[in-house]
Design a protein around this ligand. Structure first.
Ligand code: SAH
Length: 231
C-alpha cells in the first residue's frame, strides 16, 4: 500500500507538467545514448544539450521525435541538424564564456540556443525570411536573449559585430567564404561543412594563427547547401 502524508500525492500532475518531465527524461537519454556514447566529453556542452528544449524548435507534429538522433524537417526544404552533429560542432568550437560567436544558417534557432548558453553572445544569420522570423520569435519566447538574429546572406558575415572568437556555419558552401575568414579573430576557430550539394562534404575546423589559417578535416557530413543570396 502507498503511504502518503497528504491526500493528493498519488494524483497525476497537470498534463503540461507531465509532458515537460517526459521531454526532460528523453533529453537526458539523448545526452547519454547519442552524445556521451559517441564521444562528446566536454561537460559544459553536455550540460547545454541537456537543458535546451529541442522539442520547442521542431514542428508540433514532430515533437515526439525531437530527442531521436536525426535531423528533422523545419519547412522551406530545410532541416534542424541531428543532436550529435550540433554537440560535435559546438565542442569543436571550444566555446568560452567571454566568446562572441557568429552562426550562419539560423534554421530553427536550436544550435544558436545551445551556443548561447556557453558564450557571451551569438549573432545568427538566416537567408530564408520566414525561417529567420520564426527562429527569432522562438528564441525570444524561450528566453534566449543572448542571440541576435537577422535575415541576410551569410556569405557576407556580420561586419558590424565582427571580429568573432568563433564562427559556426550550418549550411555547406563549396569554398570557405573569404568574408567569414576576415571576420574571425586571431586565435579564433571556425567549423564549417565544405563541399558540393551532390558530392562529398567534409566538416572542416579552421584556426586563425599568426602563421596563417590552419585547416583540419574532422568528419564527413551532409548539410543543405549554402545558397548565394539575391542581394
Ligand atoms: N542551425 C540550424 C540548422 C540549419 S539548416 C538549426 O539549429 O536548426 C541550414 C540553414 O542555412 C537553412 O535554414 C538555410 O535556409 C540556411 N542558409 C542557406 N544558405 C544560407 C546563406 N547564404 N545565408 C544564411 N543562411 C543560409
Amino acid at each position: 500500500m502507498l503511504v502518503s502524508a497528504g491526500g493528493d500525492l498519488g494524483a497525476a500532475p497537470p498534463p503540461g507538467v507531465a509532458a515537460e518531465a517526459a521531454y526532460a527524461e528523453a533529453r537526458a537519454r539523448m545526452v547519454r545514448e547519442h552524445l556521451v556514447a559517441r564521444g562528446i566529453t566536454t561537460p559544459r556542452v553536455l550540460e547545454a544539450m541537456g537543458r535546451v528544449p529541442r522539442h520547442e524548435f521542431v514542428p508540433a507534429e514532430l515533437r515526439s521525435r525531437a530527442y531521436e538522433d536525426g535531423p528533422l524537417p523545419i519547412g522551406h526544404g530545410q532541416t534542424i541538424s541531428q543532436p550529435y552533429i550540433v554537440a560535435f560542432m559546438t565542442e569543436a568550437l571550444e566555446p568560452k564564456p567571454t566568446d562572441r560567436v557568429l552562426e550562419i544558417g539560423t534554421g530553427s534557432g536550436y544550435q544558436a540556443a545551445v551556443l548561447s548558453r556557453l558564450v557571451a553572445g551569438v549573432w545568427s544569420i538566416e537567408l530564408v525570411e520566414p525561417l529567420a522570423r520564426r527562429a527569432a520569435a522562438d528564441l525570444k519566447r524561450l528566453g534566449f536573449t543572448r542571440v541576435k538574429a537577422r535575415c541576410g546572406d551569410g556569405h557576407l558575415g556580420w561586419p558590424e559585430a565582427a571580429p568573432f572568437d568563433a564562427i559556426i556555419v550550418t549550411c555547406a558552401p563549396e569554398e570557405v567564404p573569404p568574408a567569414l575568414v576576415a571576420q574571425l579573430k586571431e586565435g579564433g576557430r571556425m567549423i564549417i561543412p565544405v563541399g558540393s550539394q551532390w558530392g562529398a562534404q567534409e566538416l572542416v575546423l579552421l584556426r586563425k594563427t599568426p602563421a596563417g589559417l590552419e585547416r583540419k578535416p574532422v568528419l564527413p557530413v551532409r548539410f543543405v547547401p549554402m545558397v548565394k543570396g539575391r542581394r
